[in-house]
Design a protein around this ligand. Structure first.
Ligand code: NAD
Ligand code: TYD
Length: 360
């Protein structure tokens, strides 16, 4: 079996669902179920013996060691993290705890387990660390995209904590010879994306008749990748990646935020027109920028294509249409998430921003 951490979150749940749709190798899914973890994402696996869920914190080293000893996985795919930049600005401590200390705790448990394996299992074992392009910092408009050798320059508490975890993973290979793999991926979108992030927030706010809060001038650029393509890249790296190597994963899809929001509004106008016949674009509100906001991310994904033959299957147009259709047909999933805790976050992040934009 494989052990997945954070498999109740956005990418982890997509990964677990895709994995079990493709083969019968069981998944041990370890998740703390923070606000971002949702077992509803995995409800189609209810009663499926190939999926074993364990409610645990990766910071709990003893629990991680016990799980490894009991289930003896051949690989760990590590997604668990605090993942939202805005939340890291409001409260960085949890990001350091889970992303840095948690990864350390998991690495230590893995080192102990891996070190005691027989020679063949030891050679075959993999620790795949799922990371982000944000560790490379921000690009100027004419800079080439990030490669695997771009120096680290994280700018937010989120990206700094992910950078810290990447360095620990690297060190465990260099020092102990642990067979690790790291993927640094660009912004994902798709089903089960928590509606605090740009794309699902815009879709859900638009449908609820709420403002669409664009930070600053909306000209920040992200390189968007459909989540299913990210999962395929991770499977490929796990299968054939060279240990100790880093693979950048991206969609070759650079878009300015405002263009993304416009495209979403146009898709919604076509697929779920407003009752008053107006365009969702009229709901756009320019709000105070995010502090330290990175201007541009872009990934050079040639290494993973050259060495492992992976490239994205979805274009932005096909992936975004699928995503909007998924949200339109899963409004109950959205409603379930929009609990008291979610409303509190919306008020603390957007209350003042929107009040200021209304005054402007
Ligand atoms: P997410 O926030 O949707 O999910 C994170 C999951 O981790 C949740 O299920 C949560 O309950 C769990 N978790 C958090 N703290 C934990 C802890 N201490 N112990 C156990 N479980 C814990 O995040 P996501 O968007 O699915 O991202 C998954 C991974 O991919 C992260 O490591 C993130 O840095 C990375 N990544 C994300 C993106 C993106 O666009 N979302 C892009 C590149 C890389
Ligand atoms: P986000 O989805 O939070 O991902 P990240 O910050 O990790 O790239 O944000 C994507 C982009 O959208 C980013 O430039 C910030 C911007 N953004 C807004 O303009 N408004 C919003 O309400 C949110 C959540 C993000």
């Amino acid at each position: 079996m494989i052990l997945v951490t954070g498999g109740a979150g956005f990418i982890g749940a997509n990964f677990v669902l895709d994995w079990l749709a493709r083969n019968d190798e069981p998944v041990l899914n370890v998740d703390k179920l923070t606000y971002a973890g949702n077992l509803g994402n995995l409800s189609t696996l209810d009663g499926d013996a190939r999926h074993l869920f364990v409610h645990a914190d990766i910071c709990d080293n003893e629990a991680m060691a016990a799980l490894l000893a009991q289930h003896r996985p051949r690989a760990i795919v590590h997604f668990a993290a605090e993942s939202h930049v805005d939340r890291s600005i409001h409260g960085p401590a949890e990001f350091i705890r889970t992303n840095v200390n948690g990864t350390f705790s998991l690495l230590e448990a893995a080192r102990q387990y891996w070190g005691a394996l027989g020679a063949a299992d030891k050679a075959a074992f993999r620790f795949l660390h799922v990371s982000t392009d944000e560790v490379y910092g921000s690009l100027g408009p004419n800079d080439p995209p990030f490669t695997e050798t771009t120096p680290y320059a994280p700018n937010s508490p989120y990206s700094a904590s992910k950078a810290g975890s990447d360095h620990l993973v690297r060190a465990y290979h260099h020092t102990y010879g642990m067979p690790v793999l790291t993927t640094n991926c660009s912004n994902n979108y798709g089903p089960y994306h928590f509606p605090e992030k740009l794309i699902p927030l815009m879709i859900t706010n638009a449908l609820a008749g709420k403002a669409l809060p664009v930070y600053g001038d909306g000209q920040q650029v992200r390189d968007w990748l459909y989540v299913g393509d990210h999962c395929a890249a991770i499977r490929r790296v796990l299968e054939a990646g060279r240990t100790g190597e880093v693979y950048n994963v991206g969609g070759w899809n650079e878009k300015a935020n405002l263009d993304v929001v416009h495209t979403l509004c146009d898709l919604l106008d076509a697929l779920s027109p407003r009752a008053d016949g107006g365009s969702y674009r009229t709901q756009i509100a320019y709000v105070t920028d995010r502090p330290g906001h990175d201007r541009r991310y872009a990934i050079d994904a040639r290494k993973i294509e050259r060495e492992l033959g992976w490239k994205p299957a979805e274009t932005f147009e096909t992936g975004l249409r699928k995503t909007v259709q998924w949200y339109l047909s899963h409004q109950e999933w959205v409603a379930n998430i929009q609990s008291g805790a979610y409303l509190k976050w919306m008020e603390s992040n957007y209350g003042q921003r929107l009040a200021q934009s209304a005054l402007a």
